[in-house]
Write a protein that binds this ligand. Structure first.
Ligand SMILES: NC(=O)c1ccc[n+]([C@@H]2O[C@H](COP(=O)([O-])OP(=O)(O)OC[C@H]3O[C@@H](n4cnc5c(N)ncnc54)[C@H](O)[C@@H]3O)[C@@H](O)[C@H]2O)c1
Ligand SMILES: [Zn+2]
Ligand SMILES: [Zn+2]
Length: 361
C-alpha cells in the first residue's frame, strides 16, 4: 500500500478536496499507474453534483495517461514502464456483446477488485472505475492501453474519455463518412471532438451549434464549416437552411438535455441519424414527440457510450494520427493545472472558459 494526493468529492455539491488516499499494491489482474496527466471532463462535475449516483465519496478524474508502475499476478498485457492511456472499457471477452463480436458494447467491463480508500479506511468510488486526479491510481490491467510513449500525456490522455467519446460519436456511432452533412449541438470538449471526427471522416458540411460564441470559434478551428448560436436563432431552422432545406444526415447531441435532443431529432434529414452522446441526468424525460414523427422521419436514434470505441483498436491508431499531425489533440488543451485547481476548473468549465483543463502531475 502507498499514500498519494488525490481529488475527492465527499458529498453532493460540496467543493472537491485534495486529500491523502491509500492505493493498495496491485492484486491479480491489477496495475498501479503513475498518472502524468488527467483532463477535467464534464462527467466529473456530474459526479460531484450527484448526477450520476450517490456512491460518495468519489475519487474523481478519468481522462488520463501515465506510466505503469507495478502490475499484479497474471498480468501479461502491460509491464512496469509502459506508457498507457487509461480506459473505462476493459472488455471481458465473455458477455453477450463480446460473444456476438461487438466488444465495444461490452456489458461486463473490468475494474480493479481492490478499493482505494481515504486514510480512515472509507472506500472510495473511482469515477468511471479510474480515479485519476491522483498521483497514482489502481486499475484493472485491461484499463491500460499502451500507446506511443513519445506522445504528450496531456493531449493523448484526453482520448481516455471526452475526446474519444466525441470522435467516436461521429465516426463509430453516427457512421459519418465522405460527403455527409453533420450537425453537432454543444461544442465543449466532446462536441468539438465530434466536429473534428466528422472532418477526419470526410464530412463535407459540419455545422457547430452552441450557446457560446467562443465555443463556436474553437469549433470552426477544428473543422466546422458553419456555426449557429442557438440563443439567437432556432437551430432546427438554421440547420435546415444550411442543408438545402433538408436537415443534416447525422445530428449529434453533445449536451444531453431534452430540448437539445429534440432539436437533434428535428434537425436531421429523412432517414437520418441522431446520436446522443451528452449524458442526461436521472430526472430528465424524453421530449414529447408525436410517435408519427418518429415513424415518418425514419432513420435511427442512437446513444453513444464512450463513442462505441474499442480502446485497444482506437487509442493507438488515434495517437499515431496525432503524432503525424492529422489529429490536433493539442487544440483541446486550454490550460494545464495542478491537482489543487480542479474545483476552479469546474467553475471555468461551467462558465464556458475552457475546452479542457488538464491536470499535469
Ligand atoms: N457518452 C459518453 O461516453 C460521454 C463521455 C464523456 C462525456 N460525456 C458527456 O458529454 C457532455 C458534454 O461534455 P463536455 O465535457 O464536452 O462538456 P462541456 O461543458 O465542455 O461542453 C458542453 C457544451 O454544451 C454547450 N451547451 C450547453 N447548453 C446548450 C444548449 N442548450 N444548446 C447548445 N449548446 C449548449 C456549452 O456551451 C458547452 O460548450 C456531458 O453531458 C458529459 O457528461 C459523455
Ligand atoms: Zn464483454
Ligand atoms: Zn469523461
Amino acid at each position: 500500500m502507498q499514500q498519494v494526493r488525490a481529488v475527492v468529492a465527499r458529498s453532493r455539491n460540496a467543493p472537491v478536496e485534495v486529500v491523502t488516499v491509500n492505493v493498495p499494491d496491485p492484486g491479480p489482474g491489477e496495475a498501479v499507474v503513475r498518472v502524468q496527466a488527467c483532463g477535467v471532463c464534464h462527467t466529473d462535475l456530474h459526479y460531484r453534483e450527484g448526477g450520476i449516483n450517490d456512491d460518495f465519496p468519489f475519487l474523481l478524474g478519468h481522462e488520463a495517461a501515465g506510466v505503469v508502475e507495478a502490475v499484479g499476478d497474471g498480468v501479461g498485457t502491460v509491464v512496469p514502464g509502459d506508457f498507457v492511456i487509461l480506459n473505462w472499457r476493459a472488455v471481458c471477452g465473455d458477455c453477450r456483446a463480446c460473444d456476438r463480436g461487438e466488444p465495444w458494447y461490452c456489458f461486463s467491463t473490468f475494474n480493479a477488485a481492490q478499493k482505494m480508500t481515504l486514510e480512515d479506511g472509507t472506500e472510495l468510488s473511482p469515477a468511471l472505475g479510474i480515479g485519476a486526479f491522483a498521483e497514482k491510481t489502481l486499475v484493472h490491467a485491461g484499463q491500460c492501453t499502451k500507446v506511443d510513449p513519445s506522445a504528450d500525456p496531456a493531449a493523448v490522455g484526453l482520448l481516455g474519455c471526452g475526446v474519444m467519446a466525441g470522435l467516436g460519436a461521429a465516426i463509430n456511432t453516427g457512421g459519418v463518412g465522405r460527403g455527409m452533412s453533420v450537425a453537432v449541438i454543444g461544442c465543449g470538449g466532446v462536441g468539438s471532438a465530434a466536429v473534428m471526427g466528422s472532418r477526419l471522416a470526410g464530412a463535407s458540411r459540419i455545422i457547430a451549434v452552441d450557446i457560446d460564441d467562443r465555443k463556436l470559434e474553437w469549433a470552426r478551428a477544428m473543422g466546422a464549416t458553419d456555426t449557429v448560436n442557438s440563443t439567437g436563432s432556432d437551430p432546427v431552422e438554421a440547420i435546415a437552411a444550411l442543408t438545402g432545406g433538408f436537415g443534416a444526415d447525422v445530428v449529434i447531441d453533445a449536451v444531453g438535455r431534452p430540448e437539445t435532443w429534440k432539436q437533434a431529432f428535428y434537425a436531421r434529414d429523412l432517414a437520418g441519424t441522431v446520436v446522443l452522446v451528452g449524458v442526461p441526468t436521472p430526472e430528465m424525460r424524453t421530449p414529447d414527440i408525436p410517435l408519427i414523427d418518429v415513424f415518418g422521419r425514419g432513420g435511427s436514434l442512437q446513444s453513444s457510450w464512450y463513442g462505441d470505441c474499442l480502446p485497444s483498436r482506437d487509442f493507438p491508431m488515434l495517437v499515431d494520427l496525432y503524432q503525424q499531425g492529422r489529429l490536433d489533440l493539442d487544440a483541446f488543451v486550454t490550460e494545464r493545472i495542478t491537482l489543487d485547481d480542479v474545483e476552479a476548473a469546474f467553475e471555468r468549465m461551467h462558465h464556458g472558459d475552457v475546452l479542457r483543463s488538464v491536470v499535469v502531475l
